[in-house]
Design a protein around this ligand. Structure first.
Ligand code: ZN
Length: 377
């Protein structure tokens, strides 16, 4: 047993600070549960600030938050990096992670919270990951996590919390069938086959069967000098969304500032990887993440920090796939300060939109979705 729970420790720090007459600037940064025994400790460190109309920021006991996903039962999960951050010196020129000697993240990187109150419900994944990036939860509740430092993809059983699949070679980047290079995301079909977007340094989407056997891949590096751009050109495929209704796997092609949708081969009669549809809009700019709402039959996207003086506002996009019509909403106009949005997820019925705002103040935003109409449920 640990001597002090994190809450007790926090209280103790505040008492000491008060006694010493210190003015403590309490920052909504990360505080980490280093308690080895009490895995639920630290729950009170997550703070939801209600802003009415279903809007909240959740901040507290987590570091740079790279991903957010919703379990089929409605619970919200976030993936974070504890004290680690991706800096200019984090990788060498060969994409090899330079900080393995510091050891893995000691904190649990996967945190489950109530989608209503933000109260912490679960945590897992300590002493295993270095720079977790993508989180996906499939229809059976399995967790899929990518780690760009390890260049690996993991499947975690929701009951045993054991790894049931590990793909890639730890710490070794590559571009063959058995290696990834900073893989970003996973999308899982109803049969358990899955796609991996690979990634920051490869320009491909790979498909595997449910046992992890390589099936195929598609995509190639974008070449800005090639006009028109190749339909399957990719420059940091950063996020994936499956659209079973149309047999599509859509890709947030971040640096090319567009979304491309390819055949997913779900029916077996169409091979995966044929370009079907491209979604590009000037407002989209660097599109970081996408998610598909089955009940609303819409694709949602969030863009992120731009590189130019003409940065577009950070917005949430709702895309009608039948018409390609895009509507956008800029939360800043409603007083919400998203700084570095990195991932997006819809609640199971589409009523709420969650955004992982990575840094410097790691935040999960929750928004009412104006597309949602309870009369249509
Ligand atoms: Zn990223």
């Amino acid at each position: 047993m640990a001597i002090l729970s994190p809450v007790t420790f926090t209280q103790w720090v505040l008492i000491v600070a008060a006694v010493m007459g210190l003015v403590c600037a309490v920052k909504d940064g990360a505080e980490f549960d280093e308690n080895e025994e009490d895995v639920d400790a630290g729950a009170d460190d997550n703070k939801v600030e209600n802003r009415g109309a279903g809007v909240w920021p959740l901040r507290g006991a987590f570091g740079d938050v790279s991903s957010v996903a919703v379990h089929p039962n409605g619970e919200l999960f976030l993936l974070h990096r504890g004290p680690n951050a991706w800096l200019a010196t984090t990788f060498n020129e060969s994409n090899v992670y330079q900080e393995f000697e510091r050891g893995p993240i000691e904190a649990d990187v996967l945190i489950g919270v109530s989608p209503n109150t933000g109260e912490e419900l679960h945590r897992w994944g300590r002493n295993r990951f270095y720079l977790p990036h993508g989180l996906t939860i499939d229809a059976d509740g399995n967790f899929w996590i990518t780690d760009v430092a390890l260049h690996q993809v993991f499947k975690v059983d929701p009951v045993s919390l054991e790894l049931t699949l590990t793909l890639g070679e730890a710490g070794v980047p590559g571009s063959d069938k058995n290696h990834f290079c900073k893989p970003t995301d996973v999308a899982v079909t109803s049969t358990g086959d899955f796609f991996v977007s690979d990634g920051y340094c490869n320009s491909r989407i790979m498909k595997f069967d449910s046992k992890g056997n390589y099936l195929l891949e598609f995509g190639r590096p974008s070449d800005p000098s090639t006009i028109p751009a190749p339909a399957d050109g990719l420059n940091i495929p950063h996020s994936l969304a499956l659209i079973p209704k149309y047999d599509l796997i859509c890709v947030a092609n971040r640096e090319d500032e567009k979304i491309q949708c390819f055949t997913a081969g779900l029916q077996g009669d169409v091979s995966a990887g044929q370009m079907v549809q491209q979604i590009a809009h000037p407002a989209l700019s660097r599109v970081f993440a996408i998610d598909y709402s089955v009940p609303l039959n819409k694709l949602y996207a969030v863009n992120g920090v731009g590189f130019s003086l003409e940065d577009k506002p950070m917005s949430i996009f709702s895309i009608d796939l039948a018409s390609n019509a895009i509507s956008s909403w800029n939360p800043a106009e409603d007083g919400v300060d998203m700084v570095a949005p990195h991932d997006i997820a819809l609640s199971p019925n589409g009523q709420y939109i969650f955004v992982a705002d990575m840094a410097p103040q790691p935040t999960i935003w929750k928004f009412d979705n104006s597309d949602y109409d309870p009369r249509k449920e």
